[in-house]
Design a protein around this ligand. Sequence first.
Ligand code: SAM
Length: 256
Amino acid sequence: MLSTHLLDCKFRYLVAGKGKKFIFGYMNVDILGNAVDNYWRKGDTTPVKIWINGHREPDMNPQIFFRKFPSMLGYEKLVMKAVEGRVLDLGCSAGCHAFYLKNARGIEVEGVELSPKAAQVAKERGIVVHQMDWKGLSKSNFDQAFALMNGMGLAQSLEELDLLLNKLNLCLKKGGVLWIDSTDVTYAEAYWPMKNKEYFGLVEFQLEYKKKKQCFPWLFVDRKTAMKKARRAGFSMVDCKLEKNGHYLLQLRKIR
Ligand SMILES: C[S@@+](CC[C@H](N)C(=O)[O-])C[C@H]1O[C@@H](n2cnc3c(N)ncnc32)[C@H](O)[C@@H]1O
């Protein structure tokens, strides 16, 4: 289950193909933001079609971004029960987690979301949201932070994963806790022809919604690499919860 990206702003990216680089696409659409917005305002349940490395995946229904506690997965429930203090929800979309924390647990939570439409919906649901790119995060003394639904993917590359973890470290108090998940996708090699020779977890995502398309890179990280990078960014490992199909959740503590 993955995410969108880079929305309402033109961008392009390069993917490796047959030994050379080529421009894959330019886009200025915010597919997930539009799907969230249309569902919130009109109850429109038109699904988002997804391809990973050209392989068709199950459609994503916009309702998923409004899921309530009972329909969250086990690892999400664990985070929802465990977080305390002042909390950051990175890539919050319509704010399903922040909404639960605020209303069911009375937790002080702030969201960060790149998509203007998704951020606006979260605001209308009563959540404090900063509509911004995670790259703009600065020191902010949170007790805990989380990025869920393959949160490491927000980095989009292994190099940027170092930056993402450093930024999240900066946002936390010393001793603060970060919860972040990813998936070891080695198992998927049979379904997704690997396009990137450099790292198997670097994939290309394509979304289609109401005849509009959006392509962007996404990153899945194996556990060993993720743990190494987390330590380098100043975290110690508290726990690694393994889920089905290579999915895992890291619980990290800021030690410096
Ligand atoms: C997979 S969705 C997860 C949404 C939410 N956390 C959930 O579990 O329902 C990832 C979210 O991150 C947002 N996002 C993508 N790139 C981002 C960035 N660079 N900075 C902040 N948010 C970003 C997307 O717009 C999307 O709403």
